[in-house]
Design a protein around this ligand. Structure first.
Ligand SMILES: C[C@@H](N)C(=O)N[C@H](C)C(=O)O
Ligand SMILES: [Zn+2]
Length: 207
């Protein structure tokens, strides 16, 4: 009798401490600067220097899923061994911001459709990045961030050897650490299997 009673008590206690999966999922976001000091930032959507010409983020920090942050830290270590660092243009992006972008530029490949699966940014699993050298200067990549045209495509080869090498370096090291490129944008990287994360619309608030 005593054993059955203990069993039920244990059952009640264990069900009480179970955290719902949607809350677990939302709590797996981190600010990457709390895990590493080694990144550089130009969070364009926290400024007016972006293709919507509007500041749409309150916070200029990179918020991302913890698993993705860890992979980025490892990738950055490898870049640092070569004398470079990752510079962030964008990380997690709320769904409402994706809708605003889509209103202005509804071209999948350059802006993901928020009404059809959304962007991996909305799930906290994608980053827009470039590389900087030890003096903080951006490596030449052939176009500015968010240049929506063929020249930003990985398959566009009418560029100097230096630019092609820089894009290849970014792509190769990112791939080694679990990130997939998309052809249309040299700066955009999706973490493997990041569709498993749910879409989020929370605002990123700095302290
Ligand atoms: C808007 C641009 N920076 C970008 O991230 N585009 C991809 C395709 C996206 O919206 O997921
Ligand atoms: Zn992107």
């Amino acid at each position: 009798m005593k054993t059955i009673f203990s069993f039920f008590i244990l059952l009640i206690l264990s069900s009480e401490v179970q955290i719902p999966t949607d809350i677990q999922d939302q709590s797996s976001f981190v600010f990457i600067d709390e895990l590493s000091d080694d990144f550089v930032y130009d969070m364009r959507y926290a400024t007016e220097n972006n293709f919507i010409n509007k500041k749409v983020y309150d916070c200029n920090k990179c918020m991302i899923r913890k698993e993705v942050a860890k992979a980025l830290i490892e990738a950055n270590k490898e870049f640092m061994e070569k004398g470079y660092r990752i510079k962030f243009f964008d990380c997690y992006r709320p769904l409402d911001v994706q809708k605003e972008m889509w209103k202005i530029y509804p071209k999948p490949g350059y802006v993901a459709n928020p009404y059809n699966g959304g962007s991996i940014h909305n799930r906290g699993g994608a980053v827009d990045i470039t590389l900087v050298d030890e003096a903080g200067n951006e490596l030449e990549m052939g176009t500015d961030f968010d240049f929506f045209g063929k020249k930003a495509n990985h398959t566009y080869k009418n560029l100097s050897d230096n630019i092609l090498q820089n894009r290849l370096l970014l792509k190769t090291v990112m791939a080694k650490h679990g990130f997939k490129h998309i052809n249309t944008e040299w700066w955009h990287y999706n973490f493997n299997n990041a569709r498993k994360y749910s879409i989020s619309n929370q605002k990123t608030e700095c302290d």
